[in-house]
Design a protein around this ligand. Structure first.
Ligand code: IPD
Length: 308
């Protein structure tokens, strides 16, 4: 019911704040060097796929809080699932599920690059319904609940940037800021998927590339190192487009909820070809490929401007 959803939302937001506080405290200890145990970094699938004690402690806290309050819900957490469980399609279509990354941007965290956050998604019938993303070092809390809007720090409604943008997808990517993640799979070769995607972005930004002559080039290409922050920044309007191949559900569940509620689109399309076609389907969690497009600004008549 609506009331139950409200209660779960309130609970999820408080959980995100508490978990974010744990992340901040751990980061402070880590970088003042008073707690050496927490400096340990363990490798998972490869030397760039890492986990710290903080990931595990924060996930244990979130998992036990959810299990105490909602024992019948399913819990999916990055650290719980990476220990040998099947990593195929994890989100239940029938049981309400929590999809949690206790520390998204672990590499950033270990390098004190401030783009790291706790990411809590709540899924109903396979649809991301509540999203809480809290980046404590930046003091940015993104929250959303289906039908109740998406918010920054609980007061500013997303998207923040409402300038008219070229109608998506037809005129993209002129004047856009793209975000593109490198992921963790470094087995790729120059003719492989990752390289081709990044190259296509670079081409769109280059004067001689792709569509440079057709009204402008990509303004910039960014890579935050946190998939969920990429989605939150796309919801904010800071990014126009984000793409990554190879994400897991916990990397994106909360961010997808926030972006969709802000009016953006998430699909499992392939750039750049699919950005130019109208055939864009809403993504289903469990896809490994994500392309996010920011919420559109108001129409020309609303702004009195002639577009860009
Ligand atoms: C990773 C980050 C990174 C993305 C990877 C994720 P983690 O999550 O979101 O930006 O490229 O696909 O796995 O390991 O820091 O929680």
């Amino acid at each position: 019911t609506e009331q139950e959803l409200d209660e779960i939302y309130t609970f999820a937001v408080q959980l995100g704040k508490d978990a974010g506080k744990m992340l901040l405290e751990a980061a402070q200890l880590r970088f003042t060097g008073t707690q050496t145990a927490d400096l340990e970094v363990e490798e998972k699938d490869s030397s760039v796929d890492i986990v710290t004690k903080t990931d595990e402690d924060v996930e244990a806290f979130i998992k036990s809080s959810i299990e105490a309050k909602y024992p019948h819900h399913k819990f999916i957490g990055e650290e719980t699932y990476s220990k040998g469980a099947s990593r195929s399609y994890l989100v239940s279509e029938t049981t309400p599920s929590w999809c949690v990354d206790p520390l998204d941007g672990t590499v950033n965290y270990t390098h004190l690059f401030p783009m790291f956050c706790v990411s809590i998604g709540f899924i109903v019938a396979g649809r991301p319904t509540i999203g809480v993303v809290y980046a404590p070092f930046l003091n940015q809390l993104f929250t959303s609940c289906r039908g109740r809007g998406a918010w920054l720090n609980e007061t500013q409604r997303l998207p923040l940037i409402r300038n008219p943008i070229p109608p998506m997808p037809a005129d993209a990517p002129s004047g856009c800021v793209f975000s593109c993640e490198w992921g963790k799979d470094r087995k790729d070769r120059p003719d492989g998927n990752l390289y081709r995607k990044v190259e296509s972005f670079v081409n769109m930004a280059a004067e001689v590339g792709g569509r440079g002559g057709k009204g402008g080039m990509v303004h910039g290409i960014r890579s935050l190192g946190s998939a969920t922050m990429d989605l939150a920044y796309t919801a904010m309007g800071a990014f126009d487009i984000w793409w990554e191949g190879g994400c897991w559900e916990w990397d994106v569940a909360a961010g997808v909820a926030i972006l969709q509620e802000a009016g953006g689109l998430v699909t499992s399309a392939n750039p750049p070809k699919d950005i130019e076609t109208a055939e864009i389907q809403e993504v289903k969690l469990g896809s490994r490929l994500y392309l996010a497009i920011r919420p559109a600004g108001p129409s020309k008549t609303e702004t009195g401007r002639e577009g860009q």
